[in-house]
Design a protein around this ligand. Structure first.
Ligand code: KE4
Length: 428
């Protein structure tokens, strides 16, 4: 495939932006080759700088549940922009979006907007520490909650459950307050609580999307709920990816678990920079200016992002969109599964609603260790073969792919047909 323009842009970008990208996954390091520079998106498609057209399953990593340039979102942004882009003061728009979020998720009695999922998770953790007057937090290996220091932590070795920095620049002392347990392992979670008294919170992706898609095993989320309550810790659901994705009420409605705090992002901003955290009113009341927990943001509640989020949530509310996403997801999953069986390729589709991953492993993927057993080299070959067939998948085995409402039946059929052509390349 001729990627001359993307290559030239990548070279130019690399001179002025570290690694040529503003977020590492975009550099295609995990799959190799020249990262695509995208010129525009329309519905289920993206068009790269060299004019190639792709059926897009990255979807900006989740925000674009209606596909690219969804007319109601574009109109809302245009309308808001004509009245000014930001005021550093409150507007009616943030009230409207907050009311939509609070109505959609009963556990969210109050919500505050920020500008990214990282900010949402970072703020929720500070709030939980302040509310419980404790310092330690528990996260799961393989879950990603943004790049705040306390979340860039790997599991400690052996019996030591205290975390170790997962990135240079994260202080050892900070990492020591984060305990890392395997996802989907309630016993490990219970042991962590038994070993450390001062747990402020457990933060978890109720459906993991950042090691590839990994569904919660029956009982796991319930155990996190019960253990947190029993030990006086807060349960934080990081629904940045799952919020309004796996259902209008998010994963907390799908699995009927009430967290104390919820983090949101992506879909509630319609593709503009956004994040939010919310939950119990007694906990949220600790936030300045009501309480003493400081958190702030120049562009928090920005009218453009609020308008885009309102347009998407209004279009999602009270409609059959989640049935449509489920049937597209089921069709894609069964088509790919049949193609894998026919090709005799040891791989499997993991899916929850419209978020999915094709893992190159025969074994069920339930946590980071089993996710890592997938053959990333096979995935990389498959990725490039699919690109040649006009299908743009996430450029990493360990990411979620997203079906959106602009994906047509023909798109799904084209994707399955492309997979049939691409699987031998994967197996090579
Ligand atoms: P942001 O700071 O990127 O807006 O959100 C961080 C975040 C928090 N929680 C969850 C569950 C998330 O999935 C994310 C961000 N997701 C990744 C996709 N794996 C963003 C893509 C990227 O880092 O470029």
């Amino acid at each position: 495939m001729n990627l001359k323009r993307s290559q030239a842009l990548y070279e130019a970008a690399s001179r002025v932006i570290p690694g040529g990208v503003d977020s590492p996954v975009r550099a295609f390091r995990s799959v190799g080759g020249t990262p695509l520079f995208i010129a525009r998106g329309e519905g289920s498609r993206v068009f790269d700088a060299d004019g190639h057209e792709f059926v897009d399953f990255v979807g900006s990593w989740g925000p674009l549940i209606f596909g690219h340039a969804f007319p109601p979102v574009i109109a809302a942004i245009e309308r808001a922009a004509r009245m000014g882009t930001s005021f550093g003061a409150s507007t009616a728009l943030e009230v409207e979006l907050a009311e939509l979020v609070v109505q959609a998720m009963p556990s969210v009695e109050q919500v505050r907007f920020v500008n990214s999922g990282t900010e949402a998770c970072m703020s929720a953790l500070r709030l939980a520490r302040a509310f419980t007057r404790r310092d330690k937090v528990i996260k799961c290996a393989g879950c990603y909650h943004g790049h705040a220091d306390s979340m860039l932590v790997a599991a400690g070795s052996g019996a030591l459950t205290l975390g170790v920095p997962d990135s240079p620049g994260v202080p050892v002392a900070t990492a020591a307050d984060t305990i890392v347990v395997p996802y989907n392992h309630p016993i490990a979670l219970e042991r962590a609580f038994d070993q450390a008294e001062d747990i402020a919170a457990v933060i978890v992706e109720p459906v993991a999307g950042n090691m590839g898609v990994v569904a919660p095993l029956p009982g796991f989320l319930g155990a996190a709920r019960d253990l947190s309550a029993r030990h006086g810790a807060l349960l934080i659901f990081d629904e940045v990816m799952t919020g309004f994705r796996v259902g209008y009420g998010g994963a907390q409605a799908r699995y009927d678990i009430q967290p104390d705090l919820t983090c949101l992002g992506k879909i509630i901003g319609g593709g503009l920079p956004v994040g939010a955290f919310g939950g119990r009113a007694d906990v949220m009341a600790q936030l300045a200016p009501l309480g003493d927990v400081y958190q702030a943001g120049t562009l928090s509640g920005n009218p453009l992002a609020m308008s885009a989020g309102i347009a998407q949530l209004r279009a999602l509310k009270d409609s059959d969109v989640y049935d449509r996403l489920e049937s597209s997801g089921a069709a894609l999953e069964s088509g790919l599964t049949r193609a894998l069986a026919d090709a005799g390729v040891p791989a499997r589709v993991a899916r929850v609603g419209s978020m999915w991953t094709l893992f190159f492993t025969r074994d069920p993927v339930v946590d980071l260790d089993s996710a890592k057993s997938a053959d990333a080299a096979s995935y990389a070959r498959f990725f490039h073969a699919m690109l040649e067939h006009g299908i743009y998948l996430p450029p990493s085995q360990f990411e979620a792919a997203f079906i959106n409402l602009a994906h047509s039946k023909a798109d799904i059929e084209q994707t399955v047909a492309a997979a049939r052509e691409s699987l031998d390349a994967a197996a090579a």
